[in-house]
Ligand binder design. Sequence first.
Ligand code: SF4
Length: 283
Amino acid sequence: MKISVSLLSSYLYCSRKLFLEKVLLLEEPPKESLVLGSIRHETYDKINKTEEGIVTSITKLMPLGNIETIYRQKYLQILRKNIADNKKRLEDVSLNMLDAYKKSFPSIAEESMTRASNIFSFIEKNKVFGKELWEKLTPKILSEIRIESEELRLKGIIDQIHVYNDEYVPFELKTGRTPSDGVWPSHRIQIAAYSLLLQEHFKKPIKEGFVVYLDTKQKRHIAINPYMKEEVKQIVDEVIVLLESRELPDFCNNENKCRKCGLKQTCYNEGEVNNLLNVRVSG
Ligand code: SF4
């Protein structure tokens, strides 16, 4: 049995919620933050796929401002298209396309500036253009990479891998609250799990990973250490036990999480939960 890496972070967030979703098959109603988060993910994915085209189109020395314009125009065009493609999902959470654009614009515009400035510095230093610029450019960013392992009993899709020659660095892009320091425990385990998968796949040690909190534009570092493998294996065991179990885990005892939880009504309704347990588990 292989489980998705995202289940490890869901388990650490609230094991009861994971049970409600995966064992009792409840679905959380759509939320504005989730829809905007998924639009941003799709946008970043498409942005990464256009990178080679943008870089190879730079065939001569040009001012930073011109490179910024090329990036910004392309990125905002992708964002607008993604918002239009998600019109129905946005309507379901009562958000119009203009507001969705206003909320998503800052982080995408910022990303375009950062990438333009990286390319400008690389050109200044290496004096290469077009195809040669793309071949020599580091880091190269791979996105939405599927990876799995029988041995680790894990599978997942990594948001981004930054490739520096033969070094691989996993990146996770997250919307929602940013911790005051470091990363949330569930995000740390996700990066640890992806590092193990990458390590096995590329047969190279993975030394670090990053979580990017898109709403606050914070990039947080995670150093990978050998103990993380045991930690990940332990959580994989626990998640598999939970998925095969018939026992509803206890409440997470975190008011903040429960207040925002789309399953709260059912979760706190003992009668409804018992009925579901009878139908889906005992029955
Ligand atoms: S309401 Fe709270 S305890 Fe229940 S599933 Fe949601 S987060 Fe977990």
